[in-house]
Design a protein around this ligand. Structure first.
Ligand code: ADP
Ligand code: TRP
Length: 317
């Protein structure tokens, strides 16, 4: 079967203000994906509830993250963009999977163990998280799930849930395959460590020129090498080799870190400005309307599948 005929499903867990690490590591790969292919793109708001118990923040994260994706160019002709909580079939099917898998099976989940090790509350939702994700994927007869490396095991769990259901109740679900996005590598922050909102070393994705300037000026430089590596690593995301050479191999600029940083500020601003302007024109109501339309389309697909599931397990009389 041609790629074009395969059903693609992916999701994102809404989080706080986006930085350029998020852009190159997560947003851009998804925007590129839905530029080329059709599929479903879900905001996993019920998954977010496993760790976030603040309604104001959850609401804000959903709205703001959808704006981020729309501003970054997500193609809504190709992507059915919706939120998990609008399609109640997801939590309903997750329950059925919970009744099919064992506690020792879920205990092998890396994500659960990692999150608990980091001090997150080991609530039952966090524990059964993979079965809600299996439901997300399997409800839509998904063939392909593009995700980051950290989500590989979750797709394996979805395959397992499909196989268990099919064995117990007859062939119903397709077994999906993960496609692990080609790593851009880790985008370094202003201190050279992984850029992360938890380290306070970010360059904001939709920052004003002043915010960009402040962040770039704070990039830690080491005068021992040929060039300021932390500056270069970010510049490399924006320019091709000849563009880079004009700065880093230019005798008039070489070694002058202030000039190099000024060049990076201009290049970052030129890159961010169109997205920043688009974002400013997207209202909360625009986001709600996009999600409403996407939710209707997703619901129609999920409801048909769930009717079949209810019949098979024996609750439809
Ligand atoms: P943060 O570390 O800022 O909390 P998240 O964990 O919310 O970021 O990451 C959201 C997405 O962005 C994930 O897919 C993650 O892989 C990607 N991402 C985050 N930081 C970086 C980075 N520095 N380089 C590349 N990708 C990143
Ligand atoms: N768990 C994924 C993450 O944290 C988000 C997600 C939820 C997802 N449901 C999904 C991704 C289904 C792909 C398919 O990134």
């Amino acid at each position: 079967m041609a790629e074009a005929n395969k059903r693609i499903f992916t999701g994102l867990q809404a989080s706080g203000q986006m930085h350029i690490g998020n852009y190159f590591g997560a947003i851009k790969p998804n925007v590129d994906l839905f530029t080329e292919s059709e599929g479903l793109f879900m905001v996993a708001d019920y998954h977010a509830l496993t760790s976030l118990k603040d309604p104001g923040s959850l609401r804000t994260n959903i709205i703001e993250n959808v704006k981020d994706y729309l501003a970054a160019g997500l193609n809504l002709d190709n992507a059915i963009l919706f939120k998990q909580s609008d399609v109640s079939e997801h939590t309903e099917l997750a329950w059925i999977f919970d009744c099919l898998v064992t506690v020792p099976f879920l205990m092998q989940g890396h994500a659960y163990k990692d999150k608990v090790a980091k001090g997150l509350e080991p609530n039952a939702g966090l524990f059964t998280y993979p079965m809600l994700m299996a439901a997300d994927i399997l409800l839509y007869d998904t063939d392909i799930v593009p995700v980051g490396e950290d989500q590989r095991q979750h797709v394996e769990y979805a395959r397992e849930a499909a196989a268990k259901f099919n064995l117990a109740f007859g062939q119903t679900f397709k077994e999906p395959t993960e496609v692990i996005s080609k790593a851009v590598g880790v985008v370094p922050g202003t201190d050279g460590k992984k850029m992360s909102k938890s380290y306070g070393n970010t360059i904001p994705l939709f920052g004003t020129k002043d915010e960009i300037t402040k962040a770039v000026m704070s990039i830690v430089t080491d005068s021992s090498g040929e060039r300021p590596e932390n500056v270069y690593a970010i510049h490399k995301l924006l320019l091709d080799q000849s563009g880079l050479d004009k700065i880093y191999s230019n005798p008039a600029v070489k070694g002058k870190y202030k000039l190099i940083k000024e060049a990076l500020i201009e290049d970052l601003d030129a890159f961010i400005a169109p997205m920043r302007d688009r974002r400013a024109n997207i209202s909360d109501d625009d986001v709600k309307e996009v999600l409403r339309k996407g939710g209707e389309k997703a619901k129609a697909l999920a409801a048909a599948k769930m009717a079949e599931v209810r019949q098979k397990v024996g609750v439809t009389l």
